[in-house]
Ligand binder design. Structure first.
Ligand code: GCW
Length: 839
């Protein structure tokens, strides 16, 4: 254990953009005793740009950066002490003897630091590179322990998916434009691609699908296939194989290789069309990973058009890939998005098992069914997809989302591994046997040769990759978990923090506290008890809009009315979804007394007054959880402030900005959801918090000049349903009020709306003394990368806070707003917060 005073000797590091993520190789403090490292590296590489070659260079770079020591690299055996990296077989031939390693699996490695020489030996070249990254990770964390162990991956498929479009945009991406595509073409310069490859390799990722599952057949054009070759050349030195998503209807789109009249997977012309495409790709990318296919889902074409099965569709591609050793990832996200809510038994959650029923065992052996963790769609909490238990004779992979599409879009800190673990560690009890999801996807449970995981990542050109420094822990942890699902999310987080920020115990403790409390907080202030996230599913997927869940065909229904809420998914009286689980699990969910509170509204339709196991009623739980969650988020910026001076200013400030935004937006969430259900149910909050805000001044109740009241929709996204907007879009407005609060010092929060399409300016004075000014430009500047809104709503609602403002009773508050573009300087309310009050 290092003493605190030791860390006082830390110098402040120079500003960092985040581009090196956890691979910064920051110099270790000189006070720390340094190990005696060998003076040279032996990289038993087969060729330049091979993973072992990369490993040698990475070791050299890392050690020079961490310790200021320059090691030479040789490519042949040496009798002096060295860091030897290579495959087991290269080692055996170079040193004339087999190393004493246990049996290694594909991509596995042996790391031995016990002798004068360090051995980093991979089962294959990729494994050797992984071992080198593991050794560097130890060194960078100041861990010089003597170890000798083998490490093997949990599963062969450890992929990431990018939802990049050829025009350079990224579907559900919040970190800037694509690093792969621009203007319909693959980029020419691949520097960022190589940097991404390095990050992925360092966490054991071995495959990347570079384009959106909502695919475009022009990716198959000769120019773009040549471009895929460039991408593969950038990924190859890091052992990452490239794959692509396919548009099922490509043969009929006439863009490449002739135009067919159908895309029927059993049609001979279609079969040879795809074989031709596949052979063409392999000529350019001989180590091509394979295809990912989204078929018959959300408007995407698929085999069902021609009355073929999903297995016929998947096997079409699998057969074309087979001679080349490629894999076909076929998505289980198949459902009808136009189902009828008036039908009590209709249920989107049933779709996957229904669409795949009868198909188990019908897929070619190089097909993997890629299954989202829950039956709906990456929600804050879902039960495990029952398809994991249904498919026993088919290989499967779990699909996760690192990009926080429904979970705050990287503008809210949400550390996701604890959520993922609720599914991966879930025991489906298939045939009354232990059946953990993680043992199913790794192939262990049903003896499948293939399997693993894919995470939708969506990094972009932003230097932070994902848009937020703290969100990168999700990518790091995904890789670590894909290698070993049994790892502890908190321990992973600590490693990540040490590598990304600092070994200072205060930094580690603070980031651990923040991150570990972030998912529970987000669940608390978004959607509880298994009701789903309650975000706006029809627009941005960002802010609150509980009404958007119902009354449409998307099937994310809550069935909330004045008295009741929740989906009845029982067999006895509901949609029958619970019957898709193996018996023991079915019985647990079928019965409300054995259904855990956190999924009660997923499985049961109940009165708001239904009493939970916790003793609270459903409605009071909603109120309490939302208040608790937002209260936790209020502590995030202040916790972070404890790290000032311990982290470079650039990352410190950028993170403080986001955590402050989150604190403000969590209040928007809290108020919207509690007021929505308060209004719907007519049931008061037993603690009288909902709709009672003693420290607020509603903008519409102020004296307005050049401003007018505006009824916001949805109503619950404005305090008291009403905001104010300037009367014209070119002249300034003023809102003023005489303060009646007791004399004292307050934090003053102003809730306003930041719309896409204007950069309004605001100024706040008290008694003509300047307190602060701000511009609603976070959307336009891209400072927050979330999906924007052009309306006053729960996505654009935000808060600015001025700390420690001293006022006297009778003081005059005045805010002036200058509209810009379509944005009429919208204001919701001003809040005067005494110390410790959230209101
Ligand atoms: O939830 C939906 C997303 C879509 C996505 C789809 C999918 C790529 O909102 O943006 O499309 O899931 O996973 O296919």
């Amino acid at each position: 254990m290092l003493s605190l005073s030791f860390f006082l000797t830390f110098g402040l590091v120079a500003a960092e953009t985040g581009i090196n993520a956890w691979l910064r190789y920051a110099p270790l403090p000189s006070a720390m005793s340094h190990p005696t490292l060998p003076a040279s590296i032996v990289a038993l590489n087969t060729s330049a740009n091979s993973p072992v070659d990369t490993a040698g260079l990475e070791l050299q770079k890392g050690i020079s950066s961490i310790f200021g020591k320059n090691l030479t690299i040789a490519s042949h055996s040496s009798t002096s002490a060295s860091i030897v990296v290579g495959t087991v077989s290269e080692y055996a031939s170079a040193y004339g003897q087999s190393p004493k390693t246990p049996q290694l699996e594909n991509d596995g490695f042996w790391l031995n630091t016990t002798g004068p020489s360090v051995q980093i030996l991979g089962q294959n070249e990729r494994g050797a590179l992984y071992g080198a990254f593991e050794y560097l990770s130890m060194l960078a964390q100041g861990n010089f322990s003597k170890v000798a162990y083998a490490s093997n991956p949990a599963a062969p498929v450890r992929w990431v998916n990018q939802w990049d479009n050829l025009d350079g945009s990224i579907e559900r991406g919040y970190g800037g434009n694509s690093i792969f595509f621009t203007n319909g073409l693959v980029v020419n310069t691949t520097d960022r691609v190589s940097q991404y490859a390095r990050l992925l390799a360092s966490i054991g990722i071995n495959g990347v699908v570079v384009n959106n599952v909502n695919a475009n057949s022009s990716l198959l054009s000769p120019t773009n296939v040549a471009g895929l070759g460039r991408l593969a050349d950038a990924f190859r030195p890091y052992g990452v194989q490239v794959g692509i998503s396919l548009d099922f209807a490509s043969p009929t789109e006439g863009l490449v290789y002739g135009n067919l009249s159908s895309y029927d997977p059993l049609d001979a012309g279609v079969i040879s069309w795809w074989q031709n495409v596949t052979d063409t790709i392999y000529r350019t990318v001989p180590d091509f990973a394979g295809y990912l296919v989204k078929a018959d889902s959300e408007g995407q074409p698929g085999p069902l058009t021609d009355n073929r099965t999903l297995a016929d569709g998947a096997n079409l591609f699998a057969n074309a890939l087979k001679p080349h050793g490629g894999i076909l990832m076929f998505r289980a996200f198949v459902y009808n998005d136009m189902i009828n809510e008036t039908d009590w038994k209709a249920d989107r959650a049933n779709a996957a098992v229904q669409f795949f029923s009868g198909l188990d065992g019908k897929f070619a052996d190089n097909v993997i069914i890629q299954i989202k963790y829950g039956p709906i769609d990456f929600q804050i909490r879902e039960p495990t997809s029952p398809l994991f238990a249904y498919l026993q004779n088919t290989s499967t992979a779990i699909e996760l989302e690192v990009t926080q599409e429904y979970l705050g879009q990287q503008c809210h800190l949400v550390y996701l591994p604890p959520l993922w673990k609720t599914v991966l560690d879930f025991d489906l009890r298939k045939n009354h046997q232990p059946s953990l999801v993680r043992d199913i996807i790794t192939g262990k449970r049903f003896n499948r040769p293939l399997g693993g995981s894919a995470a939708v990542v969506n990094v972009g050109l932003n230097d932070t990759w994902l848009g937020s420094h703290l969100s990168m822990s999700n990518l790091y942890a995904y890789g670590r978990l894909a290698w070993n699902w049994a790892e502890d999310p908190e321990a992973i987080l600590e490693d990540w923090t040490r590598l990304t920020f600092s070994p200072d115990p205060t930094v580690i403790q603070t980031i651990t506290n923040l991150s570990m409390s972030s998912w529970p907080a987000y669940e608390n202030y978004s959607g509880n008890l298994g009701i789903q996230t309650l975000t706006d599913i029809l627009y941005t997927h960002f802010g609150p809009n509980p009404a958007s869940q119902d009354g449409n065909g998307w099937g994310q229904w809550t069935r909330a009315d004045g008295k009741t809420i929740g989906m009845d998914r029982t067999v006895s009286n509901g949609t029958g979804f619970s019957g898709q689980y193996p018996q023991e699990i079915m019985e647990m969910y079928e019965n409300i007394t054995t259904t855990p509170d956190n999924l009660v509204l997923w499985f049961h339709h109940v009165n708001y007054t239904h009493q939970l196991h916790s003793g609270e009623t459903v409605i009071q739980h909603f109120y309490n959880a939302h208040y608790a969650g937002a209260e936790t988020a209020q502590t995030f910026p202040t916790q972070w402030e404890g790290l000032q001076g311990k982290i470079d200013a650039e990352r410190y400030n950028e993170t403080l900005f986001r955590l402050t935004y989150q604190a403000g937006h969590s209040i928007v969430w809290r108020d919207a959801i509690t007021r929505f259900y308060h209004n719907l149910s007519g049931i008061a909050d037993s603690q009288s918090r909902v709709t009672h805000h003693p420290w607020r001044i509603e903008a519409e109740s102020m004296k307005l000049e050049g401003y007018m009241p505006y009824t916001v929709s949805p109503f619950e996204t404005a305090s008291n349903n009403t905001a104010i907007v300037t009367s014209s879009n070119s002249t300034m407005g003023t809102a003023s009020a005489v303060l009646t609060f007791p004399n004292g010092t307050y934090d003053v929060g102003v809730n306003f709306y930041d719309l896409l399409g204007g950069q309004s300016k605001f100024n706040l004075n008290i008694n003509n003394d300047f307190v602060g000014q701000w511009t609603a430009d976070n959307v336009e500047t891209g400072r927050l990368g979330h999906a924007p809104s052009v309306y006053l709503d729960g996505h654009s609602a935000t808060r600015v806070t001025f700390r420690n403002v001293t006022i006297k009773k009778g003081d005059r508050l005045e805010i002036t707003g200058t509209p810009d573009g379509i944005e009429p300087a919208p204001l919701d309310y001003v809040v005067f917060l005494p110390k410790g009050v959230v209101d």
